[in-house]
Design a protein around this ligand. Sequence first.
Ligand code: GDP
Ligand code: GDP
Length: 437
Amino acid sequence: MGNIVAIVGRPNVGKSTLFNRLTQTRQAIVDDEAGTTRDRNYGKVEWTGKKFSLIDTGGWVVNSDDIFEEEINKQVHIAIEEADVILFVVDVLNGITDLDTQVAQILRRSKKPLVLVANKADNFDLHYSAAEFYAFGLGDPFCVSAINGSGSGDLLDAIIAKFKEEKEEEVLEELPRIAVIGRPNAGKSSLINAFIGEDRHIVTDIAGTTRDSIFTKYNKFGLNFYLVDTAGIRKKGKVNEDLEYYSVIRSIKAIENSDVCILMLDATRGIESQDLNIFSLVQKNSKGLVVCVNKWDLVEDKSQKAIDTYLQAIRNRLAPFTDFPILFISAQTKQRILKVLETAKEVYDNRHTRISTAKLNELMLPLIENYPPPAWKGKYIKIKYVTQLPNVHTPSFVFFANLPQWVKEPYKRFLENKIRENFNFTGTPINIFIREK
Ligand code: GDP
Ligand code: GDP
């Protein structure tokens, strides 16, 4: 399961610089492929073959000189509750401040796996100053310079060493893992209640499932599926529901562990940045998607024209990925609830669709012949053959070409569109790779 590492600390110690440093290389690659925008506060890190999510919780805190204490305390508590490892960042140039001491106290009591990061140790003399941080009682400070990159390898080693042993992975059946996501008040809990009705506690005992499992198995309307982290979603009002980073951190956890995400939008409000952020988390993690426009009961004009306008608006905001189902539902009146589950199952199946190589070539090669990649400096680019990769989570197609590096994004999009037109991959991202034959 994906580990989540949260960066905490007072403002100006270098949290966001460190975030950028640690996510740098991988982020560049991932973003390039997915064509998504770079996220300031959330990224993926890969180090010695291990992947984890890094979250700069401080990125959501407004930097102003007063009020902080409370903000920072909340941020730290949320990190303790939700993250697997905490990076507590302090600043060797400034030394210990009251706020640092306070944060250290909270962290010490929590017993959460933690790495103490002494940032701005730009040169060796500054490493000696870091000794003062032993006073926190939080173990050895790790000296790094987020600006020049020194110490980041050792830091990454230390972070990975804190991850829990990969204990026997939960034994899960091959069933759709569905996450219901969306901003606060979109209607997530209502939808889940509509799904599972009154017997919301019918947690099936699955062999090997740990008590704190985030998967709950259900059988409803003749479908078997897991809901991801429903307890967490229904555990309302506990802490700081209103804080965006709280809902984001929860979403990340749910999304990473799902196959298909049901993104809840509120029909009575437009699509706002928080919706887009959550959508981009789904994209970044290459998950299946069903969009539900909830609270449809509150909308007066339900004419086809109004519906078309909605559909267009949503697809415009979420472009370039637009091949996903959009349902108009009411969690409260249970309108089209069954359809939501059926659609999620369909998207799950689409993610597992495997097209035979013969069929793919039969269809794609003539299309390519009619509309070949543009020549480059007088050289013709020929695509000879295409095949779908077996055993990968996201449907992935490899096209073999003589000059793969000159097949550019627009042409890849053309190939993707043709595949989508001819086969049903609705709701799932697909990858297009061009390789040398
Ligand atoms: P945040 O508020 O904790 O996210 O801190 P920032 O990452 O925004 O950094 C605050 C300031 O510290 C910026 O001016 C950074 O350039 C500077 N800074 C960050 N890391 C380092 C470092 O390793 N060495 C030095 N000398 N300055 C740093
Ligand atoms: P969550 O924060 O995303 O879990 O949202 P909730 O499920 O708690 O719903 C937030 C509010 O919207 C509650 O007052 C619900 O009763 C209301 N709500 C949820 N779904 C619907 C719906 O389909 N129609 C109407 N009219 N209200 C809804």
